[in-house]
Ligand binder design. Structure first.
Ligand SMILES: NC(=O)c1ccc[n+]([C@@H]2O[C@H](COP(=O)([O-])OP(=O)(O)OC[C@H]3O[C@@H](n4cnc5c(N)ncnc54)[C@H](OP(=O)(O)O)[C@@H]3O)[C@@H](O)[C@H]2O)c1
Length: 251
């Protein structure tokens, strides 16, 4: 991780309470984020939709800082949580266990995968506001939506053998450090994610509130840099270049 600059991500703040992350979703995004967070010194309780018995191989690979659990157990154990699976109006979520907690939503609205969501297509709401409505007592924060979590073919694109969230990590102040966006209606959630990004090797750009999150939806100028990343200045400029198109999800 950041090995070309001899640096490992690290969790700041010593024994602060925000050390256990409940990650709901153990696919490409959830498992890679778990790997990056553990390397930075966080503990992870990870869940999928089928149950912890299906995650034995993953937690063995992640090591002693990882536990597999049900979604409700992961939510209950979490100091803060990540939802790493697509939004669906019928999602059954551990609403009570996530109440009062910061919940990172890394979902991208993808028409080809999710179908049409009329409120998002019309610009009335962002997909993350709909997630907020599903979890009314939680603090939803959009983050990690525009950084690549999957490794691409080593043969086709040799430089992409590592996911961008690991490959692009750099220490604070590095000339080539990249930035990621964060949007929320809750300033303490923005603060938490800013610290988390920093621990993982990225600067943060605040694009709050959630209603503004369309500026970082799939297809926008900033989102196109999910593989190569962008500096803080480039990210701010790219957010400003975003144009509303009626629907933001990629077809
Ligand atoms: N892949 C990327 O590079 C990337 C980058 C940025 C953002 N994202 C976003 O990240 C999210 C996940 O993408 P992905 O590529 O990781 O998808 P994925 O590989 O299909 O993984 C989805 C995971 O979510 C789990 N899941 C589904 N519903 C759940 C529920 N209600 N509770 C707990 N776990 C649940 C699935 O479990 P089961 O397998 O047991 O059903 C699976 O482990 C998407 O919203 C995507 O837009 C992905």
């Amino acid at each position: 991780m950041g090995s070309d600059v001899g640096w490992r991500p690290q969790r700041h703040g010593g024994e602060t309470p925000m050390r256990t992350i409940g990650i709901l979703g153990a696919g490409q995004a959830g498992s890679t984020l778990a790997r990056a967070a553990i390397a930075a010194g966080y503990d992870v309780v990870i869940a999928n939709s089928r149950g912890p018995q299906t995650l034995a191989g993953l937690v063995e690979e992640l090591g002693p800082r990882a536990l597999a659990a049900t979604a409700a157990e992961a939510a209950a154990a979490a100091d803060f949580a990540v939802l790493a699976f697509p939004y669906s109006p019928g999602d059954r979520l551990p609403v009570e266990e996530l109440a009062g907690k910061v919940v990172i939503d890394n979902n991208n609205y993808m028409l080809w995968r999710d179908g049409n969501v009329p409120e998002v297509d019309s610009g009335e709401k962002s997909i993350h506001q709909l997630r907020q409505e599903q979890l009314p007592a939680s603090k939803i924060v959009k983050a990690f939506t525009h950084v690549q979590f999957h490794a691409r073919s080593e043969i086709r694109v040799p430089s992409d053998a590592l996911p961008a969230v690991i490959r692009l990590a750099r220490p604070a102040g590095a000339a080539d450090r990249k930035a990621l966006v964060v949007s929320s209606d809750f300033p303490d959630a923005v603060e938490l994610v800013t610290r988390f990004y920093d621990d993982l090797g990225f600067d943060a750009v605040d694009n709050s509130p959630l209603l503004e999150a369309w500026r970082s939806e799939p297809g926008t100028p900033m989102w196109r840099h999910h593989v190569d990343g962008q500096s803080r200045e480039e990210l701010i400029r790219n957010l400003q270049l975003a144009q509303r198109s009626g629907h933001q999800g990629l077809r």
